[in-house]
Design a protein around this ligand. Structure first.
Ligand code: NDP
Length: 459
């Protein structure tokens, strides 16, 4: 038995070591590969056919990486140049699918980490979608609408030749919301002369789906509720910490309120607001106007509601430094936002559930803390899969040229989140790690993709 385990571990370690050697300077991608491959060890012994076909070695290499120049002209008439990316990672189970991120930190390693995660997440949704991700090192904050439009047009001026309704269907992510999708899709439609389902997150007037804006946040709360049920605990009355102030954070707060919980925090990259009375529907309306329409900073909240603003601190810093008691945590800003010390402080302050709205928001050592203290831990690829699942529902509606009602899409989303939760538990059980959602999500997502890759032979 010991020998077998060693063989599994060696094979996986070799794959990880090769990635680190061949793809240097991509720490986030290495982190994602270590996290996912690390939990696939139990599949190695059961599936010699995967080993023979080198599925483990093949799955960590993208099908295709596209990098391009994005030149555009700012409001002062200056020429600006950004770097654009699309990583088409794996289309074994369906057309490539995954968001576009516009943020100054974007580089190839970050897009590869997101694209790699997306393979397993999309598989978990049970819909036919492969994994991809893209974006640019463009900063939309502080830009005029005209500048954002010209950038989006320049970006799509190259991307359009690589995407299509049956090839690759991008969506939003950090810095790409309704406004950006409108500009991107408008330009795509003009140059290919087709009204096709090539982007999701579209406006309702031109092919979008009801509930798509809400889906990631709602899904993260539905997933949390399923985890709570396994311990017979109710969501009602629980105090929740939420980070970020964008799409995912906003609708996480909305659903938490609807389910009777009390969200008490919100943040952006400048600082954190704590409102211990709870951010209710009316206050959330203010935040949505501030962030989505006026494009202001979260610190303005203190001018309107009794609350405290902590400049330069994340939600997790504030919990650690001020011993703020919370029951539930919904990290919804960005990768690696919770480190080991912050995870430990969360646990010490009463937190017993983490449901990840953001992608890879917890460092590996933070995840260790959750596991040591038996925190109910919903990893991103399961907990935030509601967004891409509803994008899949948008594609289905576009293909049928039909629009489902709000209730119908929400019911489907809720069912998908329940099914993902169960699939994680079943896979974790079947592979000897009962109750471990991380291992369960990785294995359940992997098996379908691996079997499809096997069926195709060596391609
Ligand atoms: P938005 O751009 O709408 O909001 C992002 C929020 O996070 C903003 O408040 C932003 O603050 C903050 N933020 C971003 N980067 C940092 C940083 N480096 N440090 C501190 N705060 C930061 O993005 P989304 O809400 O769409 O995405 C949030 C997370 O959820 C990301 O990890 C994304 O990959 C993930 N996700 C999103 C999905 C979706 O459907 N939108 C689907 C699945 C996952 P500021 O405005 O100051 O930059």
């Amino acid at each position: 038995m010991v020998m077998r385990q060693e063989v599994q571990t060696t094979l996986i370690q070799d794959v990880i070591a090769r990635v680190e050697e061949k793809d240097p300077g991509q720490p986030e991608f290495h982190q994602a590969v270590r996290e996912i491959m690390g939990s696939l060890a139990p599949t190695v012994e059961r599936h010699p056919e995967f080993v023979k076909a080198k599925i483990y070695d093949r799955i960590v290499v993208p099908d295709r990486v596209i990098m391009f120049r994005v030149p555009w002209v700012d409001d002062q008439g200056e020429v600006q140049v950004n770097r654009g990316y699309r990583v088409q990672f794996n289309n074994a189970i369906g057309p490539y699918k995954g968001g576009l991120r516009f943020h100054p930190s974007v580089n190839l390693g970050i897009i590869k980490f997101l694209g790699f995660e997306q393979i397993f997440k999309n598989s978990l949704t049970t819909l036919a979608m492969g994994g991809a991700k893209g974006g640019a090192d463009f900063e939309p904050k502080g830009k005029s609408d005209g500048e954002v439009m010209r950038f989006c047009q320049a970006f799509m001026g190259e991307l359009y030749r690589h995407i299509g309704p049956d090839t690759d269907v991008p969506a939003g992510d950090i810095g790409v919301g309704g406004r950006e999708i409108g500009y991107l899709y408008g330009y795509y439609k003009k140059i290919v002369n087709e009204h096709a389902s090539t982007l999701t997150g579209k406006g309702l007037e031109y092919g979008g789906s009801l509930i798509r804006p809400e889906a990631t946040g709602y899904g993260a709360v539905y997933f949390a509720d399923e985890m709570l049920k396994t311990r017979g605990i109710e969501m009602r009355g629980k105090v929740a910490a939420v980070s970020g102030a964008g799409n995912v954070a906003q609708y996480t707060i909305e659903k938490l309120n609807q389910m009777g919980a009390r969200p008490i925090s919100i943040s952006d990259s400048d600082g954190t607001i704590i409102d211990e009375e709870g951010i209710d529907e009316e206050k959330l309306g203010y935040i949505m106007d501030l962030k989505n329409v006026r494009r202001g900073r979260i610190k303005e909240y203190v001018n309107h509601y009794r609350s405290t603003y902590y400049p330069g601190e994340s939600v997790w810093d504030v919990i650690r430094d001020h011993n703020l008691q919370v029951d539930l945590a919904f990290p919804s800003a960005t990768q690696n936002e919770i480190d080991e010390a912050e995870a430990y402080a969360l646990v010490q302050n009463g937190c017993f559930l983490v449901s990840e709205g953001a992608n890879m928001p917890s460092t590996p050592s933070a995840i260790q803390v959750y596991q040591t203290y038996k925190v109910l831990y919903g990893p991103a690829k399961a907990a935030n899969a509601g967004g891409v699942a509803t994008s899949g529902l948008e594609m289905a509606q576009n293909s049928m040229r039909l629009s489902w009602s709000r209730a119908e899409v929400d019911d489907r989303l809720h069912k998908i989140m329940r099914d993902i939760h169960q699939a994680c538990l079943d896979a974790a059980d079947a592979y000897g790690c009962p109750g471990d959602y991380l291992v369960g999500a990785n294995i359940a997502g992997f098996l379908k993709v691996a079997n499809a890759m096997l069926a195709y032979g060596i391609v």
